[in-house]
Design a protein around this ligand. Structure first.
Ligand code: NI
Length: 145
């Protein structure tokens, strides 16, 4: 448990579709704790499970107002548009402008299997989109302007 290695661009694990989580057990809880610790240590605003080598639909986000954990997240609503510079912990030192919605609503489960729903604007909306893309093997570079 603790900090996990962040997998870098080029590793095949980053380009695969992740599996739906079916067991809300201690292993999932440990994974989420480790992902939060790894994200915060690295100074990132989000981290997806494939970035630590786990092909599971799990994402953590912290844009400065607390940790959010999303298991099996689905974007259920989005609106507006933003064009901002984006980066990724798996692509150190690389930044590019992407097009993302300005508002995003996400429905998911927490580590205990309880349904959760979040709405994000600006950076948080971008983080939701960026991290959920990771679960489908998509890196931000394919969303560039
Ligand atoms: Ni990323």
């Amino acid at each position: 448990m603790g900090i996990r290695n962040i997998i870098l661009e080029g590793d095949p694990v980053l380009y695969k579709k992740c599996r739906v989580v079916e067991k809300f057990d201690d292993r999932l809880s440990n994974l989420i704790d480790d992902m939060i610790e790894t994200m915060n240590k690295a100074g990132g605003v989000g981290l997806a499970a494939p970035q630590v080598g786990m092909l599971k639909r799990v994402v953590v986000i912290n844009v400065g107002d607390g940790n959010i954990e999303l298991v099996n997240p689905i974007i259920t609503d989005s609106s507006g548009e933003q064009r901002e510079e984006e980066g990724c912990l798996s692509c150190p030192g690389q930044y590019a402008t992407t097009i993302r919605p300005m508002f995003v609503t996400v429905e998911a489960f927490d580590r205990f299997g309880k349904k959760v729903k979040y709405t994000g604007k600006a950076l948080k909306a971008r983080a939701f989109c960026h991290e959920i893309d990771h679960l489908d093997g998509i890196l931000f570079k394919s969303r560039t302007v």
